[in-house]
Design a protein around this ligand. Structure first.
Ligand code: NAI
Ligand code: MG
Length: 369
């Protein structure tokens, strides 16, 4: 039997409550379909700080390195606002991303038909939207050097950040985007600013060359990133996969995500490079939202972002495409039935808590499977 090794890092606040819902799917899939999930648990963020005085222990880092995939809840909260900078809760997340070398950040923006009116855009613009933003996560202006503030001595200071991209970084992120596009509508739009940035000229060149060499079956389009932002809110359904750098990806993925409604709905995946011998990628899956201290402990958090992150895990780490499709369909059906947590509540809908939402999706998933 295939063994599928998962590390669960619930973290803090609603991270714990939403991860509890994902555990139900893991148990059910093992019981009913012999899925072979082997899970380990670890502490991250404030929970790890309280137990070990660090944002993630070396032992849990080793578990993350050994796992096929990591499921991450959320970290942080007012309790840890004054802990030292290098052991603050977010440091756990950054350490995981860095040590697992997760250079490809995948943020889908899916607008479930039942939630089309929750978007800030007109329902017809977003209904049925299903796009995927692939953001480069370990390079670019957030990491390039020099990165400093210089005192010019005349009462002025100079702040410097440097955008740096090497060929291999652009090649590997665009390869991820093209591969994913093949499993979707086979369309990639690459976004940069080649008109004003040298790194943008190189980005465009390398994406074009990678496409020509290995992915000429995929439809490729280039767009300037500012125009891309405009098109994302004008007519987002024109896109399938968007590939872009760290900075533009940060902004474009936040814009795209808000086309779809609530923060409680949004999953993400971060992928590393395929292993040279096994071809397996390191990967971490997490909701976009944080630990929501304002609602933590009340059993009212929306577990859909966490459950949808698990669906991405099934799809991208384990190639369990049917199961991932069924899980996403189950989420859509439950929303269609008018079952809602408080954050996506609508008139006439049935308001439920975290556990009931998880149970409803699980029941629907098992019916579809
Ligand atoms: P947040 O995402 O935790 O919450 C923002 C708002 O959205 C809150 O009103 C919250 O109740 C609501 N919300 C978020 N997720 C929800 C869900 N699943 N269901 C229903 N409502 C939901 O962001 P905030 O408040 O800025 O940060 C809180 C803490 O989380 C901070 O310590 C922050 O540093 C941390 N954080 C951690 C992240 C992570 O672990 N990846 C990401 C963002 C923030
Ligand atoms: Mg952001």
């Amino acid at each position: 039997m295939t063994v599928r090794k998962l590390l669960l890092l619930p973290g803090d606040g609603i991270g714990k409550e939403t991860m509890a819902e994902v555990r139900k799917f893991i148990v059910a899939m093992n019981d009913k379909f012999n899925a072979g999930f082997e899970t380990e648990e670890g502490l991250v963020g404030g929970s790890a700080y309280d137990a070990h005085g660090v944002a993630i222990s070396e032992e849990d880092m080793a578990k993350a390195m050994a796992a096929d995939a990591v499921l991450f809840g959320a970290v942080g909260g007012p309790k840890w606002d004054s802990v030292p900078y290098d052991v603050r809760p977010e440091a756990g997340l950054l350490r995981l991303r860095k040590d697992l070398a997760l250079f490809a950040n995948l943020r889908p923006a899916i607008c479930y038909p039942a939630l089309a009116t929750a978007s800030s855009l007109k329902p017809e613009v977003v209904e049925g939207l299903d796009i995927l933003i692939v953001r480069e996560l370990t390079g670019g202006v957030y990491f390039g050097s020099p990165k400093e503030i210089i005192d010019l001595g005349n009462g002025q200071k100079r702040g410097i950040d440097t955008q740096v991209y090497d060929t291999y970084e652009i090649e590997r992120i665009s390869a991820v985007a093209f591969e994913l596009a093949r499993t979707r509508k086979n369309k990639v739009c690459s976004m940069e600013k080649r008109n004003v940035m040298k790194s943008g000229v190189l980005w465009n060149e390398v994406v074009t060359a990678t496409h020509k060499a290995k992915f000429s079956d995929v439809q490729l389009e280039h767009m300037l990133a500012d125009a891309g932002g405009m098109q994302l809110v004008r007519w987002p359904k024109q896109f399938d996969v968007i590939v872009t750098d760290n900075l533009f990806g940060d902004m474009l993925s936040d814009i795209a995500s808000m086309l779809t409604g609530s923060l409680g709905m949004l999953p993400s995946a971060s992928l590393g490079a395929p292993d040279a011998t096994t071809g397996k990628r390191k990967a971490m899956y997490e909701p976009v939202h944080g630990s929501a201290p304002d609602i933590a402990g009340q059993g009212i958090a929306n577990p859909i972002a966490m459950i949808a992150s698990f669906a991405m895990c099934l799809r991208y780490s384990f190639n369990m495409i049917t199961e991932a499709d069924n899980l996403e369909r189950a989420i859509a059906n439950v929303l269609e039935q008018g079952i809602r947590t408080g954050d996506i509540m609508a008139e006439g809908a049935k308001k439920v808590g975290t556990t009931e939402m998880g149970d409803a999706i699980l029941a629907e998933f098992l019916k579809l499977s």
